[in-house]
Design a protein around this ligand. Sequence first.
Ligand SMILES: [Zn+2]
Length: 69
Amino acid sequence: MTEKIELGDIVRLKKKHPCGGYEWEVIRLGTDFRLQCTTCQRQVWLERREVIRRTKKIIKKQLDENSNQ
Ligand SMILES: [Zn+2]
């Protein structure tokens, strides 16, 4: 998975969280990414390369219709 991950995107990981969720929202980018589980709201730090390695699918953030320019 080499597709670019952007702030606000939802990443679906290969391995599920103990809460049963697979999808995480990217709330901070950098050498380490901060991800928030969309199921239980728990937040974790994960190295960028780990995020990329573990991501199965990127679900692009939904853009607000009114923000399109
Ligand atoms: Zn969770």
